[in-house]
Unconditional design. Structure first.
Length: 134
């Protein structure tokens, strides 16, 4: 067995074996070289997803992913696996105001409620006292 990649493909099942040769120091002569074998078996059927995005976004993302050593398909698969593992989007989705959508909706609802109450104050101290509850 050499230290090389072996790949065999079967319908609906692929097996990828990676060989890594590890050199040990000259301690015991019987441990000059050990082959470590890592085997991944994928028994899942792959499917295709089509998405639409802006051409500029696609090109910019492809450039970034290329610098990271990834292609678009791999990056999207990583994203989908993380959604599955975390039970949701694996990062905070913020509005243009830097708030979560729920926080922004709560703020808009509070502002609307305030407008409807038509409460006004003659000074900042009066407003402060009302907020504090004095």
């Amino acid at each position: 067995m050499g230290c090389e990649n072996e790949r065999s493909y079967k319908s609906k099942c692929s097996k990828i074996t990676r060989w890594t040769r590890v050199q040990f120091p000259a301690s015991p002569p019987s441990l000059q070289c050990i082959d470590i074998v890592i085997t991944f078996v994928y028994n899942e059927v792959m499917t295709t997803i089509q998405i639409r995005t802006h051409e500029k976004t696609k090109k910019n993302v492809q450039k970034i992913l290329s610098e990271l050593g990834l292609d678009m398909s791999t990056a999207i698969n990583v994203f989908l696996v993380q959604i599955e593992k975390q039970g949701g989007i694996p990062f905070s989705v913020l509005t243009e105001n830097g708030m979560t959508l729920k926080a922004e909706r709560d703020l808009v609802a509070l502002a609307e409620e305030t407008r409807k109450s038509k409460k006004s104050y003659s000074s900042a101290k009066e407003l402060h006292d009302d907020i504090i509850g004095e």
